[in-house]
Design a protein around this ligand. Sequence first.
Ligand SMILES: [Zn+2]
Length: 313
Amino acid sequence: MSLNRRQFLATSSLAAAASAVNLRNLLASTAQAPQAPPATAFVNLRGTVGYFTGQGGTIGWHVDKTSVVVVDAQFPVTAKICLDGINERSGSRPVDFLVNTHHHGDHTAGNVVFRPVTRKILAQANEPRLQLEAAARAAKNAKPGAPPPAEPVVADTTYEKTWREAVGGEVLALKYYGPAHTGADSVVSFEKAGVVHVGDLVFNRLHPYIDKPAGASIANWIKALEAVAADHEKSTVFVFGHAGQKFQPTGSSADLLFMRDYLTALLEFVRGEIKAGKPKETILKITDPLKGFPDHGPLIERVLSAAYEELVG
Ligand SMILES: [Zn+2]
């Protein structure tokens, strides 16, 4: 019996009376009840470029008369909604490039939806390995009896440091700034539109996920954000992987530098606590907001432990 079913039995007022057959019927009818579609939005940003929000990392898109580019793929359900919207705008032409900014499931699980209509899936050279390793871990940790996780759909085209190609009336350029959020983050520029998708290099006013097992480096993430800001015109619009509830998934280089300052403050704060002689367990339980970053809310163990690991190893 699965945990959910046991929880259901434990919490349902029907539990005492429900026979196994009744319970099975009840669970089946719940599973078949129509679910409300997830909230999604298509937003035009500049020229041929816009973004899509649904579940998971923000998707970027470019559609002109002769080309289609998509940046990140969320999960299958919203990927399908996104692809339908792109097809409406493009007249159902193939997708020239799907870019994965990094391997996390909320950016790549929807690859399976785009694959049949996509010429090339692009990513940094370390990305497919990280995605396959994560999938193997998920399969190994799957609960007994659970359906096997879907086969990962990974990039078929990779680059080491930079990649650049004209696509329709746009120029698509990718750059790897070294380990940051993971060990394979691409920064994706639509050069003519002046729009740059930075993937999860920016969690806009939100505690980030810092994937140390996948090669993340807070110290280099700080440098990367500075370099991305310096590499682009002041007028560039940036698209962020995630944003806090009251904040936008797009912004300016000032938001990149704010994220840099947050990461610097996080690292310095944990360094100070270690210096003060506090044990790891005490540091990881701190919940005061990081000074100067009230919008992020209370500190959380996830970011504290990543910073601790980076400083102490
Ligand atoms: Zn991520």
